[in-house]
Design a protein around this ligand. Structure first.
Ligand SMILES: *Cc1c(COP(=O)(O)O)cnc(C)c1O
Length: 343
């Protein structure tokens, strides 16, 4: 018997190559551009993979489209739990296929994400205050309505779709030294690590998460899936657990991530401001954790070019306007103190 990481490795690498064909012309080929400001901070080229420019405003279309298009011909409909962006990807792909989609989300999901999903014609269920509760509902719908449940991160076709980002980054810049990947359930980091290391085994892959509710970080440290409490965060797309029975994304991240780093809500706020004022890019808190780690001095100086993935842009614009104006942000019972950029 091969070890689990070996098994998932063979399996997923072939899947990533197949996924490239499936998503071609729909969810691939996003720009990969240097940030002059961040390059000056790093002393190395610092490049942004602009997944915020996907038609659904987030990279999740890659995995969701690959998974939905790979369903058998007689599939009647799909469901999933989601922090918002996976659901939007599934809704987009289901609409293209002309099948039903029911997206289950918690009350922590921002209204902008809920609205985006409804606009694509999907049904939305708001269930409880955590991803775990949303997952219970999507699994119930499999029983009651015969829908196919597509996990946001622990699904081979989803991981394969996200992994195509790693191929695109290394093809454009085979000299990349480090890739900074926003990390939640680990479908993105697992897929990107596998793809990128297959082109350049020396590239370092670092997962980055907010320090409040970092389930993959805690799970890697413990050596097994760990439950953490899900709380409101500027990085709302990074919330939720990895699942007690995680089959793929946990072993992949455990085997292939070179490090896992945490950033604070203040670090995230600073990075959202930096990306907006220096590069004029509107991005979610979850998308800027790579910049946040560099700006907060939480990473060693790189030896070569650095790439990070700007994973999405689906945020409430009134909250974004407050962050840009330097106003306080209330997250549940936590206040992120306002600060004007450059002050
Ligand atoms: C889902 C998501 C992530 C994290 O991806 P995982 O595969 O769950 O680790 C990061 N950023 C955004 C914007 C997301 O929607």
């Amino acid at each position: 018997m091969p070890g689990i990481s070996e098994m998932s490795m063979d399996f997923s690498l072939a899947d990533i190559l197949a996924a490239r064909q499936v998503i071609r012309g729909v969810a691939d080929g996003t720009p990969f551009v240097p940030s002059p400001f961040m390059s000056a901070v790093c002393g190395q080229d610092f490049l942004l993979k602009l997944e915020n420019m996907q038609p659904i405003g987030a990279f999740k279309l890659r995995g969701a489209y690959n998974a939905v298009m790979s369903l058998p011909e007689d599939a009647g409909g799909v469901t999933c739990c989601s922090t918002g962006n996976h659901g939007r990807g599934v809704a987009y792909a289901a609409a293209k296929r002309g099948i039903r989609a029911v997206i289950c989300m918690s009350t922590l999901v921002p209204q902008a994400k809920v609205d985006g999903i409804k606009a694509l014609g999907a049904e939305v269920m708001i269930c409880g205050n955590s991803q775990d509760e949303a997952l219970v509902e999507s699994q119930r719908l499999v029983e009651s309505d015969g829908l196919v449940d597509i996990s946001p991160f622990d699904d081979a076709r989803v991981i394969a779709g996200q992994g195509t980002i790693g191929f695109e980054m290394l093809e454009a810049r085979p000299d990349l030294d480090t890739i900074l990947v926003p990390l939640s359930g680990g479908g993105l980091a697992g897929g990107v690590a596998l793809a990128a290391k297959s082109i350049n085994p020396k590239v370092r892959i670092i997962g980055i998460t907010m320090d409040r509710g970092a389930s993959m970080h805690a799970s890697i440290a413990a050596g097994h899936p760990v439950d953490v409490e899900e709380v409101p965060s500027l990085a709302d797309s990074l919330g939720g657990g990895i699942g007690d029975d995680n089959m793929l994304s946990f072993p992949l991240c455990k085997a292939h991530l070179d490090d896992s780093v945490l950033v604070s809500e203040e670090d995230i706020r600073d990075a959202m401001q930096t990306l907006f004022f220096e590069d004029r890019i509107v991005a979610e808190g979850s998308s800027v954790v790579g910049l946040a780690a560099v700006l907060a001095g939480k990473l060693p100086k790189p030896d070569g070019p650095v790439g990070t993935i700007i994973t999405g842009r689906n945020l409430n614009m009134d909250m974004f306007a407050k962050i840009i104006a330097g106003e306080d942000i209330q997250l549940g019972d936590v206040t992120v103190k306002g600060k004007r950029y450059g002050a």
